[in-house]
Ligand binder design. Sequence first.
Ligand SMILES: [Zn+2]
Length: 365
Amino acid sequence: MNILPRILYPMQMLPLWFPKKNISDLERSFSKFIWQGKKPRVKMKNLQLPVGSGGQALPNLKFYNWACHTRTILNWLHSYLKSQPCLWPEIKNNPIIFNTVKVWQDIMKCAGRRGFLSGLTPLTGNRDFLPGVQKSLFHRWHGKGIRVAGDLFLDNTLMSFNQLKDKFELESGSFWGYLQIRHFITSGKLKPTGEMPVYCDIDDFVLKMTNTRHLISKAYLLFCSVDHSGIDHIWRTWEKDLSTESIFMCNRLVEMQYKLLLRLYITPQILNKMNSNRSPLCNKCQREIGTFVHCFWHCPVIRKFWEGVARKMGNILKINFTKDPGFFFLGLPAKDIGLTMWGPVMEHLPTSLQEITFKGRFVFE
Ligand SMILES: [Zn+2]
């Protein structure tokens, strides 16, 4: 539990760029620990997927490294937007800055933007965009709100000079500046016709994120969502084998079952023992002590849920269930159901399970 913070601290203090080899070495150590030196049974990439996508949310060190660099990127961008350049020319060859730029390139590559001009490309102080007309023109535009390439777009389409003039109150004589900037943007593969969003999700994130609270975890989740490598191929194989559609897979349900069996949930009663300021009462009915068995079985609010499950199952099997906590709560065999009854159960299982699963959220909310 405390391994990740120990790794994150030096990562935040030393903005390093990890080559693939270093990441593989670190992941190999993780794997060795998880599988006790034996041959891994599940790919590291699959273990790193979010629980809701079939993974085990094992930390992805590369994404955490990127998330640590995001703080620096965010500072640079927002300082530039506020006309407070924080990158002095004399420190441009600094290895630390080089690392962050390299990480940004890796992030853009992951977002499928490799070789494309970013919507966040600055239009002043940019070595790749050396103005041929009056140098001060783009500085004046910066003051009027045209600071990055994305500012020249409206609904993912490059604005005409007249549109820009009206929007940012530009001088009529600055048309040559517009032609130059248009050439720069079109040659940088930022399509002016709206085929591709000017800002990708990551651009949007760093642009809109002004508060650095929980920045690393938010950036980490974003990188996980942008990375499309997943276990879709496993679903597709099941769908093909069973000639069905919409296979549903979520380790969270399996995990929930283990947590129930091992009594891992922290109940209000335990919380009260840990901190006497917390109420020991059940947080659903607010009347009785929130013991484990009360929260999951005896609580009148939860009983309604189980009654719904019993009704649904009863309708399918045409029998009345005795409210047996062993069956409903722990999945033990029900006394009321003979083996011959399982045929219809299996037939209706997909729909009833789906319905019950969605209702199941109610238990924990
Ligand atoms: Zn209760």
